[in-house]
Design a protein around this ligand. Structure first.
Ligand SMILES: O=P(O)(O)OC[C@H]1O[C@H](O)[C@H](O)[C@@H](O)[C@@H]1O
Length: 302
């Protein structure tokens, strides 16, 4: 973020009651200190890093997270857009939009600076609206724009990621890559996927069917078909995850991959898991010029 952008951010927040900003190492951070909940987000990537309400941390953030320009922080909710994961694994229509030989994993939105467009505050809730300006992304030929709305309250955390096609059609995949905390991965499970098809990225991308509850006992990297609310249970909490997406990625790096991950403690796989609200593979989005699509996700403690 340039000095000019940071000054603009400070000016926008001058009259805010519960929002302040500061520089943490290389990144601008917005702190939310509401009587009922607290949060922290970076304008880079429009990444929510922490959310605390009802005496619980709802998101996991790595102890080794680095506030560096051009790199997504490990934890919170990175925004993956306009492709998910390895670009080469995306549908052909998405790959043709990419103009780089070495496209970054999960697209570029998570490592680019976003702009705080507006916010609103009340006794119960705060809304924060951020946007990534179109036309400044060397690795992509598209001209679509993307905006993220965060709705924070003590009852629910909800995000809406809206893409609007420009003058040309848009085809993209995306995910709100949520990191959840747990004190014990062995006692953590996900309900709501039984009987659903999934692609196992760790078994040559073969298709399988989920039988019963999803538990973690090895490295896990799967793209599930979703058709109902997901219930996440850890020793500390039960959370309900809903949305309008038809795919979700479930991920835990387990022991070996943890050692290779950036900003990640070797033992951190025991204390986190990801359930990513996504539109990937067959659920990728196609828009005609001027059309919009919104990916919605909502979290509530049970
Ligand atoms: O390390 P990152 O680029 O942030 O990716 C972290 C993880 O994201 C997703 O869950 C993918 O399915 C995984 O294959 C990947 O390892």
């Amino acid at each position: 973020m340039t000095e000019q952008q940071y000054t603009a951010l400070q000016t926008k927040l001058t009259d805010a009651q519960y929002l302040t900003c500061e520089m943490k190492d290389e990144l601008a951070v917005i702190n939310v200190r509401h009587p009922l909940f607290q949060a922290e987000l970076t304008t880079q990537g429009a990444q929510l890093l922490r959310f605390r309400a009802q005496n619980r941390d709802w998101l996991w953030l790595s102890d080794k997270a680095e506030y560096k320009r051009g790199t997504s922080l490990r934890g919170g909710i990175p925004v993956c857009w306009p492709w998910f994961g390895d670009a080469a694994k995306n549908p052909a229509a998405i790959q043709t939009m990419i103009s780089s030989d070495q496209p970054p994993a999960h697209g570029f939105a998570r490592s680019h600076e976003w702009e705080l467009r507006s916010f609103s505050e009340s006794d119960e809730a705060i809304e924060i609206h951020l946007a990534l300006a179109p036309g400044q992304h060397p690795s992509w030929k598209g001209d679509a724009s993307v905006e993220l709305n965060m709705s924070l309250s003590s009852a629910a955390l909800s995000l809406q990621l809206t893409t609007t096609a420009g003058k040309s059609p848009a085809c993209y995949s995306q995910a709100l890559h949520t990191y959840f905390p747990t004190s014990e991965i062995d006692s953590t499970h996900i309900e709501g996927l039984s009987g659903n098809r999934y692609i196992d990225a760790l078994d040559q991308w073969s298709e399988k069917t989920q039988e019963g509850t999803v538990t973690f006992s090895e490295e896990t990297d799967r793209i599930y078909t979703v058709d109902r609310p997901l219930i996440l249970t850890t020793p500390e909490y039960t959370m309900r995850l809903t949305g309008n997406n038809h795919t979700a990625v479930v991920w835990n790096p387990w022991i070996d991959k943890s050692k290779r991950l950036s900003q990640f403690d070797d033992g951190a796989w025991q204390r986190m898991f990801c359930v990513e609200s996504a539109n990937v593979m067959q659920d990728a989005v196609q828009l005609q010029p001027g059309e919009s699509h919104t990916l919605e996700m909502r979290l509530e403690l049970e």
